[in-house]
Write a protein that binds this ligand. Structure first.
Ligand code: NAP
Ligand code: LUD
Length: 287
């Protein structure tokens, strides 16, 4: 007899659609009150196939909610100086409320310097040191979209984070580190793990909230997941048979977790929804 517990699936696609619906009316109101239509400019350098898909989805999502989007497609051979010049131009344009430079950038371009050039008030990725600092001191303005979306997914479960043990696996500037800060702000006790962490499985076994942002297909085993845990899988990996899979063994983890995000349809759509939210926020603040 099959008698396995199954986690509730957190439907990121559906929650992202809710966020977009909320934004749609906020944008309408902003237009009526101030005559402003939020504008997002997305810069894509080169033709990384994943980036092309993500940028296309971002532009499409803008259209759906009524954000005016502009795309700059630059060749792979773009120089650092050329990209810098474009950023300065966009910083100066009053129709542009949000600037997003899709990562990764080709190696001739100094990513850190580019991100620092984006005006903090237009930094809808929340990657500028100013916005990173604001998050760090607990008074955020524009927050990185992926962890921001994860917080919304966790909220949707109704689980109270206060005093819970949260484990974040991965310490990148775009996911792991800001994720840890956001969980800390909600009074979780946060552990950040990475490639040098010695006892990863043992730490994961203690996590009430687990966020995996590693980039290795099904690296986290079902047996490592604590009974009743909330499992958020940020990973986006192609398996050998070309399927999109997360960092967590979904089947195994589902037998122990209380809530779990699928891949695709979990965190990915939320990243895009929160980008739209940040763009509306940037446009509102420009008034
Ligand atoms: P990243 O910059 O490559 O960082 C990966 C992190 O994982 C690093 O901190 C690394 O540790 C850690 N790590 C690698 N191997 C490990 C291991 N064996 N044990 C423990 N930690 C390990 O990646 P990222 O940009 O944060 O992205 C992570 C994943 O999320 C990728 O699959 C990416 O495609 C996906 N992603 C999805 C979204 C979305 O919206 N769904 C958004 C962003 C990223 P070290 O620091 O020690 O190297
Ligand atoms: N750079 C991001 N680089 C990569 N998944 C994304 C992403 C949508 N500047 C800057 O957008 O926030 C960023 N800002 N990132 N990412 C990854 C990261 C960036 C990842 C996944 C998705 C954006 C997404 O829509 C879908 C899903 O999980 O359901 C699946 C899409 C598919 O390939 O089928």
């Amino acid at each position: 007899m099959e008698n396995l517990k199954t986690a509730k699936i957190i439907n990121g696609k559906e929650i992202a659609a809710q966020v977009r619906a909320e934004l749609k009316s906020e944008i309408e109101e902003l237009k009526n009150k101030t005559g402003t239509t939020p504008g997002l400019t997305v810069v894509l350098v080169g033709e990384n196939p994943a980036s092309v898909v993500y940028v296309r989805n971002k532009i499409k999502a803008c259209e759906e909610v009524g954000i005016k989007s502009v795309q700059h497609k630059l060749p792979e051979t773009t120089t650092h100086a050329e990209l810098l010049a474009l950023i300065r131009e966009l910083n100066a344009s009053k129709d542009v409320h949000g600037i997003l430079v899709q990562l990764p950038l080709p190696k001739q371009i100094d990513e850190e310097e580019i991100l620092e050039e984006i005006s903090p008030s237009k930094d809808v990725d929340g990657f500028h040191p100013y916005n990173v600092g604001r998050l760090m001191i607990g008074n955020p303005v524009l927050q990185p979209c992926t962890p921001y979306g994860v917080m919304r997914l966790i909220e949707s479960t109704g689980v109270d984070l206060s005093g819970k043990d949260a484990v974040v696996v991965g310490r990148s500037n775009i996911v792991g580190k800001p994720m840890a800060m956001m969980l800390l702000r909600r009074n979780a006790t946060v552990t950040v793990c990475h490639s040098k962490t010695k006892d990863l499985a043992e730490r994961i076994k203690k996590a009430d909230i687990l966020v995996a942002a590693i980039g290795r297909a099904e690296f986290i085993k079902g047996e490592w997941v604590k009974e009743g845990a909330v499992v958020i899988d940020v990973g986006m990996n192609r398996s050998q048979d070309g399927k999109l899979v997360g960092d967590v063994d979904f089947e195994g983890a589902s037998e122990r977790a209380s809530f779990i995000t699928p891949v695709p349809g979990g965190v990915g759509p939320m990243t895009i929804a929160m980008l739209l939210k940040n763009t509306v926020e940037a446009a509102r603040r420009s008034k």
